[in-house]
Design a protein around this ligand. Structure first.
Ligand SMILES: Cc1ncc(COP(=O)(O)OP(=O)(O)O)c(N)n1
Ligand SMILES: Cc1nc(C(=O)O)sc1CCOP(=O)(O)O
Ligand SMILES: [Mg+2]
Length: 201
């Protein structure tokens, strides 16, 4: 499986409606602090938009909703993984991406046979408090030797100026939130990301 090199992460279907039609091919719906019925509606809307634009939708955390709503890719962190029913996810034919931040997490993740591994935070992130220091670029290369051919996603503090470094150290995809959603012109920034990742596509 090949992941698009530009991996957009947003917290609502309305962001997806705004940005996916610009040519985004890989997007994660990452919703926090919302009641499940409302999340379900967001997932449904996101799925419809992504299907229309041939964009791969990845649902963060809500693996049961993803199964019920007929989605085909979920992302889980280590705490999510500890309580998720992997057999049910697999039975539903859903692909799985997993977060890693250190060696033990990588071993745990690889044991779950995921469809990609994410490593972060590569740089400091303003999106959420994290207990891990920034990994740095060399850590991406180290992870590459450990994951072999498995797709590797770099995340955390990435921006257009930093993505070539991530790819040069053998990431397959660069995930981003705030460089786009907190930009004064998210549409223009999305177009810049699509262009800047073109040579890795
Ligand atoms: C691509 C990607 N990588 C890492 C994460 C983080 O997942 P997690 O550790 O479960 O934290 P939350 O995003 O759920 O707060 C991610 N979502 N996507
Ligand atoms: C959601 C998330 N997970 C991370 C991890 O390291 O697992 S870093 C991160 C935040 C990514 O946002 P931004 O691109 O704004 O830094
Ligand atoms: Mg999570």
């Amino acid at each position: 499986m090949k992941l698009d090199p530009f991996y957009l992460i947003v917290d609502s279907a309305s962001w997806i409606e705004r940005l996916v039609p610009l040519g985004v091919k890989l997007v994660q719906l990452r919703i926090k602090d919302m009641e499940e019925p409302a999340v379900r509606l967001e997932v449904r809307a996101a799925r419809t938009i992504c299907a229309k634009h041939d964009c791969q939708l990845i649902v963060n955390d809500y693996w049961q909703l993803a199964i019920e709503e007929g989605c085909d890719f979920v992302h889980l962190g280590q705490e999510d993984l500890a309580t998720a029913n992997l057999a049910a996810i697999r039975r539903a034919g859903i692909r799985l991406g997993l977060s890693t931040h250190d060696n033990i997490e990588l071993e745990t993740a690889l044991a779950a046979a995921p469809d990609y591994i994410a490593l972060g935070p590569i740089y400091p992130t303003i999106l959420k408090a994290m207990k891990w220091a920034p990994q740095g670029l060399d850590r991406i290369a180290e992870w590459r030797t450990r994951v072999g051919d498995l797709p590797l996603v770099a995340i955390g503090g990435l921006n257009i100026e930093r993505i070539d470094g991530a790819f040069a150290h053998d990431a397959d995809s660069a995930a981003v939130v705030t460089d786009i959603t907190r930009n004064s012109d998210p549409e223009a920034r999305t177009r810049e990301w699509i262009a800047a990742t073109a040579r890795w596509r």
